[in-house]
Design a protein around this ligand. Structure first.
Ligand code: ADP
Ligand code: ZN
Length: 521
């Protein structure tokens, strides 16, 4: 049977999607491949179909233990014999699967990377014919990727130790150059065929807004789209509860999903959303993996995610059917602090050595900076995303919030002078300067503990911006950082400092302007 027939009969699709055919052809010829495709593009077929045509067994190395079972169930249902090996199996089932594999009962065997080193798996691998090894979520091998898994570093040695090295297919949705290089090098790919399909999703409209009240904005947004179904992502379980309760109280058909709910409730809620009984899913990032709902009309991020990879993956769950869909991020400067806190106090990856942890944390913080830059940019949002993923993009796409909202130039010299002189006073009193929140407290004349502790109310700039909201002052500070008048130092306790060019504004009459979006509605 040829591959197109197989695609139609076994998988039920009419045709290949971009990228699938060249990857499949290369693997069938025994050549290594690196497939970089966005989530939902259809990476699985690229190794599942060759598995059926090649002799022997295909092993699929995947870190997503929770998904293996579903994938294997789906394959089995399509009449493709397959099984998985991971820590969720009891001893008996584990033995059964090993025995089945030895007998040649399966075409595909999914394994968690940690299993590769297990003695009994090693013995099996030496004895049977493995013609293809697929490495799913291949970015896990890279410390530059968002979810590094040390087990992935052992894959290359495992493959080399096989009696015959199989063709190796690496697949990922993360396309930054560093990660791609790491994948090729650390998995030991041999002259792989590289296929990268475009990351752009033209039917998605991207937007970043800074509403005064996120809840009011969200309700307005949902009311304007009465029939549409969509996801609202929040940073924490607590926020999911609060937002979902709030929406339900206002009569919206919402349900929720996070790791704190029982398995049963998670499953029920997920099904209610997938089958359109609940129109809105309020969830943490635990929701969405392996969910295949095509008519998601919007994805709202109530909080800023920790990095662009997560953002694009989550936002990308909108508009899978190709219809226009909206991806809106509700930004508040406080989200940056929350994300920073989550990174610094998050669960440590137990598999990683102590000295690596600090490095990983630093990279997470760098990624957070890039995410923050996306929220603050006044240029094309789509271009910002595509460039992050290493793709070229036109200056303006014409269909994102920044391209379509009119921009207006405003003179903010007076505000800038107030802020810069405030920072100058603080630096004079405390040469190593203070953090943004202390400076905000000082400018806005707050009576906070920090103000009393540092006696900031004795400075002549105390309270000079008391008529402007804290968020607004924070926005001005961000602009001044972006324009190079102020800088925020790196490290655990960043402080705000004057840059040399601030003198031009303070003493030489330089004007400061900013491009502000004029709301279209
Ligand atoms: P990825 O791993 O790239 O995120 P999947 O392999 O899970 O994506 O596929 C995403 C969706 O696309 C699945 O619902 C799959 O059934 C569907 N799909 C894959 N290939 C095709 C194709 N050639 N034609 C139509 N649908 C496809
Ligand atoms: Zn744009």
């Amino acid at each position: 049977m040829d591959k197109l027939e197989l695609l139609r009969q076994r998988f039920g699709y009419d045709d290949f999607r971009p990228g699938q055919q060249p990857l499949i052809d290369a693997l069938l010829q025994g050549r290594d491949v690196l497939g970089v495709m966005p989530t939902g593009a259809g990476k699985s077929i690229c190794y599942q179909l060759p598995a059926l045509l090649l002799p022997g067994l295909t092993i699929v190395i995947s870190p997503l233990i929770s998904l293996m079972k579903d994938q294997v169930a789906a394959l089995t249902q399509s009449g493709i014999p397959s099984a998985f090996l991971n820590s969720t199996l009891d001893a008996q089932s584990y033995c059964d699967v090993l025995r089945g594999a030895r007998r040649g009962a399966y075409k595909l065997l999914y394994v968690a990377p940690e299993r590769l080193e297990a003695d009994r798996f090693q013995e099996l691998a030496q004895d049977i014919e493995i013609s293809l090894a697929a490495v799913d979520e291949a970015h896990c091998v890279s410390q530059w990727g968002q979810d590094f898994r040390p087990g992935y570093l052992k894959i290359a040695a495992f493959l080399d130790a096989l009696p015959r090295r199989p063709a190796v297919g690496a697949f990922t949705a993360t396309a930054t150059a560093q990660v791609r290089d790491d994948i090729e090098r650390l998995l030991g790919l041999r002259e792989p065929l590289r296929v990268t399909t475009g990351f752009d999703r033209p039917n998605l409209f991207f937007d970043v807004v800074r509403p005064k009240s996120k809840d009011a904005y969200l309700r307005q947004f949902l009311s304007e789209r009465p029939g549409a179904s969509g996801i609202v992502y929040c940073a924490t379980r607590k926020k999911v509860e609060a937002v979902c309760d709030g929406l339900q109280r206002h009569g919206f058909s919402a349900t929720r999903y996070h790791a704190g709910l029982s398995d049963q409730e998670r499953l029920d809620n997920q099904e209610r959303f997938v089958y359109d009984e609940a129109r809105i899913m309020v969830a943490t990032n635990a929701f969405g993996m392996g969910i295949d709902k095509s008519n998601v009309g919007f994805v709202v991020h109530y909080n800023m995610p920790k990095n662009m990879e997560s953002y694009y993956q989550e936002a990308g769950r909108a508009g899978r059917d190709g219809s226009p869909a909206r991806c809106v991020l509700l930004y508040a400067p406080g989200d940056v602090q929350t994300a920073r806190f989550l990174i610094q106090n998050g669960e440590d990856n137990e598999l990683v050595r102590e000295e690596e942890r600090e490095l990983l944390r630093q990279r997470d913080l760098d990624r957070l900076d890039q995410m923050t830059a996306y929220c603050k940019t006044t240029s094309c949002l789509r271009a910002c995303i595509l460039r992050y993923f290493g793709e070229r993009a036109p200056e303006r796409c014409g269909s994102c919030g920044n391209c379509s909202g009119a921009l207006e130039e405003r003179d903010i010299t007076v505000e800038a002078q107030k802020i810069l002189s405030g920072v100058a006073r603080v630096e004079k009193r405390f040469p190593s300067s203070l953090g943004v929140s202390s400076i905000l407290d000082m400018l806005r004349g707050s009576r906070s503990q920090k103000v009393r502790h540092y006696a900031l109310d004795e400075l002549s700039t105390y309270g000079i911006m008391k008529d402007i909201s804290r968020d607004q002052v924070r926005t001005y500070i961000d602009l001044l950082i972006q324009e190079g008048y102020l800088c925020l130092t790196a490290g655990t306790y960043p402080v705000l400092r004057l840059c040399p060019s601030a003198r031009q504004v303070l003493f030489h009459g330089e004007k400061v302007t900013c491009l502000c979006r004029v709301p279209t509605d």
